[in-house]
Design a protein around this ligand. Structure first.
Ligand code: CFM
Length: 537
């Protein structure tokens, strides 16, 4: 843990030094030296990336189409736009899904696009979009089509919602549109919100037949990266908890439609789906709390929270049995690996939730997180939901529709009395997420929307044993002699969620931080002298 004490304030200044003063002033507010668990610090987040800075972020379309709707196998996700937007969202690790039979609808391997051409930009693309809907319907007979707007759609003014309404009428299936043009927000975070709104508006509540079984829950914000959902489904089934719907790992349209029939919403990734949790509570009376299935201890804790919520003696006993059984292997593996990983250091700059969740796994290995940050988290993901009332709504957030949600008198029912809820509050912490910063050590650097330059500087200063980010960062970091673990795609490994996932992660990290191959690589500044100069003008 020695490294974390190394004068972080000085390193913060060192990182900012290179920027022109106006930019340094802006970035300064997004780089925080953490005060420790009691922190009440403020961080600047969810604002526009400064033009010219190389950001890790993606676009609004990516958050809507790729993240939230992408993992659902039986919706035709039709992209209205140039082919590139589809091509780069096609056949990624999100395409893991397990249809119950070989004949069950599964469109994950296809890329549906209107393939807009110059003439569609000039004369409009609505006719082509209608044709695409008809063609998709004719070939696949899907239950639903989602239409996703890319940047040019917003610029030329095609009305995807009008087309969706017309096609819904004509084809007799559920068709809905998303105004998720890439530029709609400052990052993919806006796309999550747009996706959540449309699911609540057009899908949730359509089918009153719940999943069969006891203890019905919906898992919100779990997207089956690297097969995580399969491991979580295994654990829940073993405990006797019924997964009524998942948003959206290994999910189906039917699950979304019946989501309002569950008795509890548990939220994994707070950033991407807290909107659905809140809207479903108002509309249908389903309580929600935060869980985390990344890390063995966190998995156990989350299962206990679910059992406590239902308060059923048999369920509580069964959950304890499962935890005891699974933890035996986990503890054995930790005992073997931990001596080799203790004292090693990590950094992680990922999305809007994993940079927090994965710190748990490193802690279990005796490792320290020196620095971490989100690409597109909001202040509440860093500081906790208590700060939500103080977050200023800027023009970029105002761009996204705020739905007015009211109680659905016919479908609302109270799952917990006010008294019962108050009694459980201490253990379950309803409607709460305390954010990343309070779980981080004093002196750790928390950095929002890390730039490429800042990343290089951090590595140069701290030399972490492993750097976690995505494919855009991977090879730059590895050329600096530091191994990079992708936490978006898991480098095609995983699953990392749940108990078996934790075992996979321990083994992978053990290999990564203990291989000698990285010692053979020299970073450029170690190999040759660097000459620096400044203009005298
Ligand atoms: Fe939530 Fe995600 Fe993430 Fe996210 Fe993502 Fe992702 Fe991520 Mo990549 S929904 S915020 S927009 S946990 S795609 S499954 S890995 S950046 S940390």
């Amino acid at each position: 843990m020695a490294k974390i004490e190394m004068d972080p304030q000085r390193w913060k200044q060192e990182i900012l030094k290179k920027y022109p003063s106006k930019i340094a002033k802006k970035r300064e507010k997004s780089i925080v030296v953490n005060d420790g668990p009691e922190t009440k610090q403020t961080i600047q987040a969810n604002i526009r990336t400064i033009p010219g800075i190389i950001t890790q972020r993606g676009c609004t379309y990516a958050g809507c189409k790729g993240v939230v709707l992408g993992p659902t196998r039986d919706i035709v996700n039709l992209v209205h736009g140039p082919i590139g937007c589809s091509f780069y969202a096609w056949l990624t690790r999100r395409n893991q899904t397990l249809p119950p039979t070989p004949d069950s609808p599964n469109y994950m391997m296809y890329a549906f696009s209107t393939d807009m051409q110059d003439s569609n930009i000039v004369f409009g693309g609505e006719i082509k979009l209608k044709q695409a809907c008809r063609e998709a319907f004719e070939i696949f007979k899907p239950k639903a089509i989602g239409i996703f707007s890319t940047c040019p759609v917003g610029l030329i003014g095609d009305d995807v919602h009008a087309v969706a309404r017309e096609m819904k009428e004509e084809l007799g299936i559920n068709i809905f549109g998303f105004s998720c043009e890439g530029y709609k927000g400052v990052s993919q975070s806006a796309g999550h919100h747009i996706a959540n709104n449309a699911l609540v508006k057009h899908v949730i509540g359509l089918n009153d037949k719940p999943a069969e079984g006891k203890f019905l829950i919906n898992m919100l914000g779990e997207y089956n990266i690297g097969g995580d959902a399969f491991e979580l489904e295994r654990i829940l089934a073993k405990c006797g908890i019924t997964l009524n719907a998942s948003f959206s790992g290994n999910s189906t349209m039917e699950q979304f439609e019946r989501a309002h029939m569950a008795d509890l919403n548990v939220v994994m990734c707070h950033r991407s789906i807290n909107y659905v949790a809140e809207m479903m509570e108002t509309k249908y009376g389903i309580p929600w709390f935060k869980v985390n299935f990344i890390g063995a201890a966190s998995t156990a804790k989350s299962l206990r929270k679910i059992a406590t919520y239902f308060g059923d003696k048999d369920l509580i006993a069964r959950v304890e049995e499962v935890i005891a059984e699974e933890m035996t292997t986990v503890q054995k593996t930790i005992a073997e690996i931990k001596p080799r990983t203790t004292g090693k250091t990590a950094m992680m700059f990922v999305g809007g939730s994993r940079a927090h969740h994965y710190q748990e796994l490193f802690t279990e290995l005796g490792m320290t997180t020196l620095s971490a940050g989100y690409e597109f988290g909001h202040r509440d993901d860093y500081e906790g939901r208590r700060v939500i009332p103080t977050i200023t709504v800027d023009a970029d957030s105002r761009n996204i529709e705020e739905l007015t949600i009211e109680k659905d008198e016919a479908k609302f029912h109270e799952r917990l009395s006010e008294e019962k809820k108050a009694e459980l509050e201490k253990d379950l912490q309803f409607n709460e997420y305390e954010g990343m910063m309070k779980d981080m050590e004093k002196g750790a650097l928390v950095i929002d929307d890390l730039s490429h330059y800042e990343m290089e500087k951090l590595i140069e200063i701290y030399h972490p044993d492993v750097f976690c980010a995505g494919i855009k960062e991977k090879y730059c970091v590895q050329k600096m002699g530091i191994p990079l673990k992708q936490l978006h795609s898991y480098d095609y490994g995983g699953p990392y969620a749940g108990f078996e996932g934790a075992l996979n992660f321990y083994k992978d990290i053990d290999m990564i931080v203990n291989t000698s191959v990285w010692k053979l690589i020299k970073a450029p500044w170690e190999k040759e002298a660097v000459i620096e100069a400044e203009y005298a003008a």
